[in-house]
Design a protein around this ligand. Structure first.
Ligand code: SF4
Length: 708
């Protein structure tokens, strides 16, 4: 038998065909009809069926509800009914003793939109806690705020087909050759057919993506805003700006022009570690090409200046009129399969359903009415974002954390703080498909969840395309769909807390019912999907939002933006250095990066031995000059130290890492390494606008490890 679904890894959102016998998944292949991938899959996607093999399910999946009677005690198997009673009793106790804001939800861009809707309604509608955030905070919240500040709405304006239509592509802070492989393959094929296309890559490392570039700007980490300002300076100086577009469709150019006046290419070249001529060249190619597209991801977003980096790049598009036409626009790539769905359904501390704002009383009232809250009930305002929620837990303000489909005891930065927070919480619930994650060590209650191939719903990929995710086989053991786990608890909690009205989940009793409620939340909004249904997705395949009779491949083609004035805004934010800087004590600049064949904390990809063939173990990569200066040899064990923690790892020499810099793969946590893993070293400092942590910059010291 065959079932069409979507790959659960990256934001490219490739369609897959699952081969199965109704009980077991036996194979997977790319869906030739899916417009994201047209049948292609990368190595991770090609191996998906292996993550669903009986051996993996027996050995690596969480199959049984488990409860810890006391901290330090072993987890014991229990039944669902006992788990639900315990869960509800503990949440009600904490709600009664400390108020709703003592409960936090930390969820995931791996969840389906329907799961997000269920969690959001439980947290804000039933419990009235403002604290719900997602691990998407780590991957794209700077892009969200950047789009909103510059263009008025969180809506990536481009499509994948723009990669094939652009005359110039600027990739900055992204390594799609490894992190978005099928999209990168489209780029490679497109380039072969478009010989004049220019490719500029801005990245501190010489990545596989940079290898393909016509021009690689290997800048100093964290200096992106200065470089963007200098590119704009060069465009203005050379007369490459689009004066008509600026006059007719934008506002704020004069203030920005004043700001970038001082950012001459010569000055920026010095700060960024580049040649001045490279900046003039990049500006000319970008501005003078008939169409220029930028692709960007964590290298811009995971920064204490994440939003400023996004808006500085969008400034460049606006000043040169490179938006709203085929092959042009600022195109943020999402890391996770459904980071976009979380943004749309408002499952984050700074968002409400339908791109609404929790700080806006009218928006809160609209969502309260949609969900069926009583006239005397109000939704809470904005809550703690990811790191702030764990900081509040470490201070003892948040007493209960319900974590779903994510592994914060590995993936959040500053692990010492995160682990202290989990330890201090009175009640930690972990809803998870995989067994033995680092976070499970801190959980009082483990709830087994269904995963890819076993659940129904939708996801939205980077190009705003909504695809169905379908169940091919039943969930194993006691595992249940995430939305169903939430609904069961929500019905019981609602009956106890809000007996005066009908339960909020009475009618939302299926993925489709949740999706229809989500659809209603979008009506009249920029992401309106009023014309779309599960049936349309069944009949016509994946569709882009907004959708009435059809989807929209490209936004702002009429050059009318989503701001109150209809004009796009130039944002003039001065360059700020990263929060930390290299020093005598910590002389190296550490970045973290993804490997081609692994995914996040490796809960799923780590179950396939073949996926370790590309890179099998974590190593610290240094430039050979840095190793020679310190008399270090390849393979030697090093003690790595930041201001927050330390780690022992072997050294690898890599001339693609610039002198003075260091690179670590993000994937390894305490399940694989002694201590708290890679994020023992990284910093929880955040962008003030997006609250996205600066995972791409930590000051680091290395020395030979003295082993006992
Ligand atoms: Fe899956 Fe991304 Fe690979 Fe496509 S590119 S198969 S979505 S991991």
């Amino acid at each position: 038998m065959e079932t069409r679904s979507t790959c659960p890894y990256c934001g490219v959102g490739c369609g897959v065909v699952i081969e199965h016998d109704g009980q077991q998944i036996t194979g997977v292949r790319g869906d030739p009809e899916h417009p994201a991938n047209f049948g292609r899959l990368c190595t991770k996607g090609q191996n998906l069926h292996r993550t669903a093999s009986p051996m993996v399910i027996q050995g690596q999946r969480l199959l049984q509800v488990q409860r810890r009677a006391a901290r330090g005690a072993a987890l014991q198997p229990i039944e669902w009914d006992e788990a639900n009673s315990h869960l509800v009793a503990e949440l009600l106790r904490i709600h009664r003793e400390h108020g709703p804001a003592a409960i936090g939800f930390y969820i995931s861009g791996q969840l389906l939109t329907e799961d997000y809707c269920a969690f959001n309604k439980l947290a804000r509608g039933v419990l009235k806690t403002p604290h719900i955030d997602s691990n998407s905070r780590l991957c794209m919240s700077s892009a969200v705020v950047g789009y909103k500040q510059s263009l008025g709405a969180d809506a990536p304006p481009c499509s994948y087909e723009d990669v094939e239509q652009a005359d110039c592509i600027l990739i900055t802070g992204a390594n799609p050759a490894w992190a978005h492989p099928v999209l990168f393959r489209r780029l490679e094929v497109g380039r072969a057919k478009r010989p004049g296309q220019k490719l500029i890559v801005i990245d501190p490392r010489r990545t596989e993506t940079a290898e393909l570039a016509d021009l690689h700007l290997q800048l100093q980490p964290g200096t992106d805003v200065a470089l963007m300002h200098a590119l704009l300076h060069a465009c203005i100086w050379q007369g490459f700006t689009d004066a008509d577009f600026i006059r007719e469709h934008t506002e704020g150019f004069e203030a920005l022009k004043e700001l970038v006046r001082e950012w001459t290419p010569a000055r920026a070249a010095k700060l960024c570690g580049l040649k001045e001529a490279e900046i003039w060249q990049a500006a000319e190619w970008f501005a003078r090409a008939p169409s220029s597209l930028s692709l960007y991801c964590q290298g811009l977003n995971q920064s204490s200046s994440g939003t400023a980096k996004n808006t500085a790049l969008i400034n460049l598009h606006l000043a040169t009129g490179q938006i709203g036409k085929p092959g042009a626009g600022p195109f943020s790539l999402t890391g996770q399969p459904n980071a976009m769905g979380g943004r749309e359904s408002g499952g984050m501390a700074t968002l409400l359903p339908g791109h609404r704002d929790p700080a806006n009383a009218t928006h809160r009232a609209e969502v309260a009415a949609l969900w069926g809250l009583g006239a005397d009930e109000q939704l809470p305002g904005p809550g703690h974002t990811a790191m702030a929620m764990f900081e509040a837990a470490a201070r003892g303000e948040i007493k209960a954390l319900w974590i779903a489909c994510t592994n914060p005891a590995q993936s959040l930065p500053d692990q010492a703080l995160v682990r202290a927070a989990l330890q201090r919480c009175e009640f930690v619930v972990l809803q998870e498909a995989f067994a033995g994650t680092a976070t499970a060590d801190f959980a009082d209650l483990l709830l087994p969840a269904a995963t890819w191939g076993e659940k129904e719903g939708t996801v939205t990929n980077s190009e705003r395309r909504i695809s169905r995710v379908r169940a091919a086989v039943p969930a194993p053991g006691q595992a249940r769909a995430d939305w169903a786990i939430v609904r069961e608890a929500a019905l019981r909690l609602d009956a106890a807390l809000n007996p005066q009205r009908a339960p909020l989940f009475a009618a939302t009793d299926s993925p489709e019912a949740l999706w229809l409620e989500h659809r209603e939340s979008t009506l009249g909004r920029d992401l309106d999907i009023g014309g779309l249904s599960y049936e349309t997705l069944e009949r016509s395949g994946p569709q882009q939002w907004p959708y009435q009779q059809s989807g929209k491949a490209r936004l702002y083609t009429d050059h009318r933006f989503a701001t109150p004035s209809g004009r796009a805004r130039f944002i003039a934010t001065p360059y700020r250095a990263p929060a930390e800087s290299a020093s005598a004590k910590f002389p190296l600049q550490l970045t973290t990066s993804r490997l081609r064949d692994q995914w996040h904390a490796m809960s799923r990809s780590g179950t396939v031995p073949g996926l370790f063939a590309h890179e099998g173990a974590p190593v610290l990569k240094l430039h050979p000059q840095d190793a020679a200066r310190r008399r270090l040899q390849a393979g030697e064990l090093l003690r790595l130290q930041s201001a927050r923690g330390e780690l022992v790892l072997p050294l690898a020499l890599d001339a693609g890492v610039a002198p003075g810099q260091a690179d670590l793969p993000m994937h390894w946590g305490s399940e694989f390494l002694a201590g708290a893993g890679i994020n023992a070293l990284t910093s929880g400092v955040r962008c003030p606008d997006s609250q996205q942590p600066e995972l791409k910059f930590s000051a680091l010291a290395v020395e030979p490890a003295q082993l006992p």
